[in-house]
Write a protein that binds this ligand. Structure first.
Ligand code: SAM
Length: 282
């Protein structure tokens, strides 16, 4: 009975955590301090926090960063965040879906910002892709993700974990795995371990390709069926890509032109090999 009344009391002050919005709140000051120290907010910069939640990281960011733009999707958390931080003149709250946000506009008048987030896991890979798309105005991100997602995005060629996202992250950023975090430090506790990773966005793509859109359609087609060879996957590429491959002589010819053995699988290709393949098709 005692436990029930305690739960009732806390939920009357704080909105209930929503599983549907990936709400696993940080409840350990040591882990919070580790993330903040790794991020190292500076007094002369604008930082963006995605999903401030109940403000565990936000309160520290406000103390150390020049300006904090927090993007929260849950309308029930807006009053709480406004009450806690609304009086601070270096804090602004954007009530929006981070997946649909124009980050360059959100950080204006600043033209560049860094991002920190304990990401909602249900959309973490979609947010990661979105942040890479917004790289014109984002320079670095320190993100907490599921450990297995970090393993995937940092996977090297020939690793079974290597996929479309690993190639994308390698092409546009320099990734540094920082530390693992146990489920025990969250409320409620997730089922999986988390990892904090730093991604420094590159100003330019790491490889030389003329048509980036074409490159990503090739990588996507290459990984379409992981068990198949690169040749087989290219043979079954979507129509527009298939037409381009056809104009360049067909799947076998473009692979030979890129010096890639037809029997290899996509996960074994290096970034440079994807670039060669792209140049052979364009
Ligand atoms: N930063 C807080 C912490 O560490 O305790 C909360 C982290 S919690 C894992 C994820 C947060 O992202 C929640 O506050 C959730 O409401 C918010 N969120 C979920 N989907 C979102 C979206 N599409 N755009 C922005 N925020 C979102």
């Amino acid at each position: 009975m005692k436990k029930r009344s305690a739960e009732f009391q806390s939920s009357s002050i704080l909105p209930r955590s929503k599983k549907s919005l990936g709400q696993n709140f940080l409840a350990d000051e040591r882990v919070i301090a580790r993330i903040i120290d790794a991020f190292a907010p500076q007094p002369d910069e604008t930082v963006v926090e995605i999903g401030p939640g109940r403000g565990a990281l936000t309160s520290h960011l406000i103390e150390r960063a020049g300006r904090v733009v927090a993007v929260e999707f849950d309308r029930d958390l807006v009053p709480l965040l406004k009450e806690k931080f609304g009086a601070r003149d270096n804090f602004s709250l954007v009530h929006a879906d981070a997946l649909a946000l124009d980050f360059c506009e959100a950080i204006s008048p600043a033209s560049r910002a860094r991002v920190v987030a304990n990401l909602p896991y249900y959309i973490s890979t979609a947010i990661l892709q979105k942040l890479i798309e917004e790289r014109v105005c984002l320079t670095e991100m320190v993100l907490m993700l599921q450990r297995e997602v970090v393993e995937r995005i940092t996977a090297r060629p020939a690793s079974g974990e290597r996929g479309y996202l690993s190639v994308l992250v390698e092409a546009y950023s320099e990734a540094e795995t920082l530390f693992d975090v146990t489920p025990a430090v969250f409320r409620p506790q997730p089922k999986v371990w988390s990892t904090v990773v730093r991604l420094r966005l590159r100003e330019k793509l790491k490889i030389e390709v003329e048509d980036e859109k074409l490159l990503w359609s090739i990588v996507s087609a290459g990984f379409a069926q992981r068990r198949k060879t690169i040749l087989n996957n290219l043979r079954h590429a979507p129509e527009a890509l298939s037409a381009a491959i056809g104009r360049a002589g067909g799947p076998g010819v473009v692979l030979e032109a890129a010096s890639i053995e037809a029997s290899r699988r996509a996960e074994t290709l290096t970034l440079e090999e994807w670039a060669r393949l792209s140049r052979a098709i364009q």
